[in-house]
Write a protein that binds this ligand. Structure first.
Ligand code: ZN
Length: 483
């Protein structure tokens, strides 16, 4: 009964996927709406997920030789205007500060929509010699982009991210850095979020404003739409020229460095939700779950649960904590076990541990997996080891499931009619030829809402003909409708 009451509050995916998403975000207390449109509050449960993601990503960024720094939130207008394509790309979504301390400012300041302008201006001051290269700096920060249509985590006016900004002595080194970080992102998504991705290069129309080349990882959500999950930009010498970064090379000649930038954001949380969630709610991979296990003590029919059930539950909790498991004991005495089961299922806790008077008699507990609903009885002494095994198995199973979904929803478009039919129905990634003409790309988008996600680097180029116009195509590209 109570189980039904909880799940009824979440719209089934098949009925309305976007409503399902919003229901999950709000009911699982991942986020809430703030007073300013498009600005979300990341609630403690959602923020804990972010903290686990952030800690692991930060480790990977540092392991690849980068260091963290922090740059100002306000960017003077004249700084932003130095790179023409960049400012043209970002102006429409900039928020400007024009008054400070009650007085109109001499120069308006943008609230950072990204930090190339600020960081490159500082690099111009810091870099003088070939000995100063490479510069490998990352920043964790908040970003503001004035979005018209917003959705929690996926597209918000303010969001959290990391942005790497590097300088290199050669074009080759910058190119290698760009791809290195793209693969760091790919591995992070697979290993932590159990979210497989395809990866490759963006077309001209989809590349970052001011970039030489943009690369991206793209994940496939369970409604068949793609989500850009991280980008890495080879900026060439565009920014070092615009911001006048110059140094003396080994021959004492003036040279310009090559730069890159790369970022991932709280958007990944949206990807996580839409990759694994189901009609019961959220389903979190153990590696980022705030609670990997929730203990639900079952009170005796007669008598007091504080006599045996609660003390034993606390012992089990302590033994799991010692084993490095993130565990929560649900000792709310105003809710029935059935309500708690559904509640934690909805919040996506990977493993539930039930402990009742009969279990205590048998010196065992019940473990229930969120992903398969599989139930097992485990002797209490073996519980920590068994829990660790199951958490690993769940993490692995989620990745396998998502990989299978990605494989099943990545198909070859045989003809333009076939392309349109797939995009109108099950969607997913469609591999198809493209002549390279932006007009074809635009007309495909117009008719099917599908865009070129990436020109793949994870498979050999297959020459053929353009799916739209029939002219020669140097390689197949991934098309999808996207968030
Ligand atoms: Zn074409």
């Amino acid at each position: 009964m109570e189980k039904e009451r909880v799940s009824k509050e979440i719209t089934p995916q098949g009925q309305d996927f976007s409503q399902w998403y919003l229901d999950v975000v709000l009911k699982a207390e991942m986020a809430d709406y703030g007073p300013v449109k498009g600005c979300m509050i990341i609630r403690p449960y959602g923020y804990a997920v972010w903290e686990h993601m952030q800690a692991d990503m930060d480790r990977r960024i540092k392991e690849t030789g980068h260091v963290n720094a922090y740059f100002p939130l306000f960017i003077p207008k004249s700084y932003l205007e130095k790179e023409k394509e960049h400012v043209a790309g970002f102006s429409p979504e900039c928020a400007w500060v024009t008054i400070g301390g009650g007085e109109e400012l001499e120069e308006p300041m943008a609230i950072r929509p990204t930090s190339e302008a600020m960081i490159c201006s500082m690099y111009a001051k810091w870099v003088h010699s070939w000995r100063d290269l490479p510069v490998l700096i990352n920043q964790w920060a908040n970003i503001v982009r004035w979005e018209k249509v917003t959705r929690p985590f996926l597209r918000t006016t303010e969001f959290l991210w990391q942005e790497g900004h590097t300088l290199h002595a050669t074009a080759q080194e910058a190119h290698e850095e760009t791809l290195k970080m793209l693969l760091v992102y790919r591995d992070f998504c697979e290993e932590m979020l159990a979210m497989p991705v395809v990866w490759g290069q963006k077309s001209e129309s989809e590349k970052f404003a001011g970039a030489h080349k943009t690369y991206a990882i793209e994940a496939l959500m369970s409604d068949g739409k793609a989500l850009q999950a991280g980008t890495s930009h080879d900026l060439g010498q565009h920014f070092s020229t615009a911001y006048e970064i110059e140094y003396l090379d080994k021959n004492q000649e003036r040279a310009r460095p090559w730069s890159t930038s790369w970022g991932t954001s709280t958007r990944l949380i949206g990807g996580l939700i839409m990759t694994h969630g189901d009609d019961a709610g959220l389903l979190l991979p153990p590696k980022v779950a705030p609670y990997q296990v929730v203990i639900v003590p079952i009170p005796p029919r007669k008598g007091d649960w504080s006599e045996a059930v609660l003390p034993r539950s606390r012992e089990v909790m302590a033994s799991l904590r010692r084993a490095g498991v993130r565990v929560h004991l649900d000792d709310r005495d105003n809710q029935q076990p059935g309500f708690k089961y559904a509640d934690w299922e909805m919040r996506g806790v990977p493993l539930r541990l039930e402990l009742g008077p009969k279990d205590i008699e048998k010196d065992q507990c019940v473990l229930v997996r969120r992903d398969t609903r599989e139930k097992s009885f485990v002797p209490l002494a073996q519980t920590p080891a068994r829990v660790r095994e199951l958490l690993d198995a769940i993490q692995q199973n989620l990745l396998e499931r998502a990989r299978q979904y990605l494989a099943e929803h990545t198909t070859q478009a045989r003809s333009w009619d076939d392309f349109k039919a797939v995009m109108a129905d099950r969607r997913g990634f469609l591999l198809a030829g493209w002549c390279g003409d932006a007009a074809c790309e635009a007309s495909i988008k117009e008719e099917t809402k599908a865009t070129i996600r990436v020109q793949p680097l994870d498979r050999e180029p297959v020459p053929g003909s353009c799916i739209r116009c029939g002219r020669p195509s140097p390689a197949e590209v991934y098309f999808a409708q996207a968030y």
